[in-house]
Design a protein around this ligand. Structure first.
Ligand SMILES: Nc1ncnc2c1ncn2[C@@H]1O[C@H](COP(=O)(O)OP(=O)(O)O)[C@@H](O)[C@H]1O
Ligand SMILES: [Mg+2]
Length: 357
């Protein structure tokens, strides 16, 4: 099939890489000729119409995709995931309303449209709390951590102008995420829970599967995910970010797409998140999501590429670069590690410590 992707970043690039062995072809809606996906298919520069003419099916690589555009395209060409998944997951308030509707625990929250709203929200929710833009945030951008009352004004001044949401601070032990995929015939496949370690709001390291996860915890996460997939009639990959606390799991946010915390699956799992997304949206049977190795990790390459020879010399590591220019805090690539024991994994991460903050 001909697959059209709205966007041309690294997620689109890795979707295409996984889809070519299935005999699919790819086209990308791009804003320039110099994107990570540029050499991976037909490029349509700001030309939605030609992309839609090219494609049998359309998907997107970002939740910041215009919902109106998707609705319009979907009149003639199928778009997966659905407009509903996109609409909910691009807005933190709608995500949390859905969590509440489905009895998935999440932080207390309140939408904030004025300085007065913010004061009232702080009164209701308490401090510490995090003020965020309801839309468009990524890598911790568009957020202000309010610890004390005397920071309220500064928080308001630094983010006001767009709709905001105040969220209660969750005192978590670990950050986890779960990735799953649902096809058009309501079949589901789940990847194992993974642990995510962030630095300055940016994911730096994923440990996969997360260690010391009880079967009860995995089951609960799976149950939350299943109810989200079914409620949104989602087709494709869906990710949920979770906080692990003393009192169980608290949902943070969802992403209607392949996710950075699933990049380990390229070598770590029988069928990667990318291939399973492509299979789901092209009505092929979903692939097995069993890990090939019990101890995997993914290290993001951020800002500068560094000495890649260190990576290439190791027998159990795999380098993935995205063909992007170096820039501070930019995701340029990642390293996947596959190991057969915790000791082997720890030793490999240690050898790659120059890539970690
Ligand atoms: N309510 C919260 N309580 C505690 N930490 C939070 C909360 N919300 C966000 N964080 C921290 O900030 C990071 C980024 O926030 P997130 O809502 O996931 O936004 P982004 O869209 O940037 O990923 C989270 O991974 C977590 O470390
Ligand atoms: Mg997040």
């Amino acid at each position: 099939m001909k697959i059209g992707i709205l966007g041309a970043g690294q997620l689109g690039r890795m979707l295409a890489i996984s889809g070519y062995p299935l005999n699919h072809q790819f086209g990308f809606l791009s804003t320039s000729n110099n994107e990570p996906s540029s050499l991976l298919g037909r490029m349509f520069i700001n030309d939605d119409k030609s992309l839609v003419d090219f494609a049998d099916v359309i998907t997107f690589e970002s939740e910041n995709t215009n919902v109106e555009k998707v609705r319009e395209i979907n009149k003639n060409t199928p778009v997966f995931p659905s407009e509903k998944s996109l609409f909910i997951s691009q807005h933190r308030g709608r995500e949390k309303a859905l969590f509440n509707q489905l009895n998935i625990p999440c932080a207390p929250y309140q939408i904030v449209n004025s300085r007065q709203d913010l004061k009232q929200a702080v009164k209701n929710i308490g401090l510490p709390a995090i003020l965020k833009t309801t839309t468009e945030g990524y890598d911790g951008k568009g957020q202000f951590f309010i610890r004390k009352h005397n920071q309220i004004s500064k928080a308001w001044e630094s983010l006001s102008g767009v709709e905001l949401i105040l969220e209660g601070f969750v005192n978590f032990k670990r950050e986890l995420s779960l990735i799953a995929v649902r096809d058009m015939n309501n079949n589901h496949k789940y990847y194992p829970l993974v642990e995510n370690i962030h630095h300055n709001g940016i994911l730096r390291l994923t440990i996969a599967p997360a260690q010391n996860i009880s079967s009860q915890l995995q089951k609960t996460a799976k149950y939350y995910m299943q109810s989200l997939l079914d409620e949104m009639n989602h087709v494709g990959v869906l990710t949920i970010e979770l906080f692990e606390t003393e009192n169980g799991l608290i949902a943070n946010e969802i992403a209607p797409r392949v996710h950075n915390s699933g990049h380990w699956s390229i070598e770590g799992v029988n069928t990667s998140q990318f291939e399973n997304h492509i299979r789901a949206i092209t009505n092929l049977p979903l692939g097995d999501t069993t890990p090939r190795h019990n101890f995997c990790a993914m290290i993001n390459i951020i800002g500068t590429v560094g000495n890649i020879n260190t990576v290439l010399k190791l027998s159990n590591t795999h380098l993935h670069l995205y063909d992007k220019q170096e820039r501070i805090d930019r995701k340029l690539g990642h390293i996947n590690i596959t190991a057969n024991s915790q000791i082997e994994l720890d030793a490999s991460i240690k050898k790659l410590k120059a890539f970690l903050p």
